[in-house]
Design a protein around this ligand. Structure first.
Ligand SMILES: [Zn+2]
Length: 78
């Protein structure tokens, strides 16, 4: 077989849980960031881990993005 053996497989070359760029709407993008953080964060994954400030900030960003989307849908200027 002449298959190359010195190249990593595509799955191995991608960073875990990191998306370089997505074309999601802002609320979905914000929620995806929150979900990615929650899956990777030790504090968020530990029931007794306490309050995670990063998760709080990401959740507030999602709420803000969602509020902005609702305002735009309602005809406001966001
Ligand atoms: Zn966290």
């Amino acid at each position: 077989m002449d298959e190359p053996t010195n190249q990593p497989s595509p799955a191995d070359s991608r960073p875990r849980l990191v998306a370089a760029h997505t074309d999601l709407a802002p609320p979905k993008e914000a929620w995806a960031a929150y979900a990615r953080h929650s899956l990777a964060c030790r504090v968020c994954g530990d029931v007794d881990g306490g309050v995670c400030e990063s998760a709080g900030e990401l959740r507030r960003a999602w709420v803000a993005a969602t509020d902005g989307a609702f305002r735009r849908l309602a005809g406001g200027t966001a």
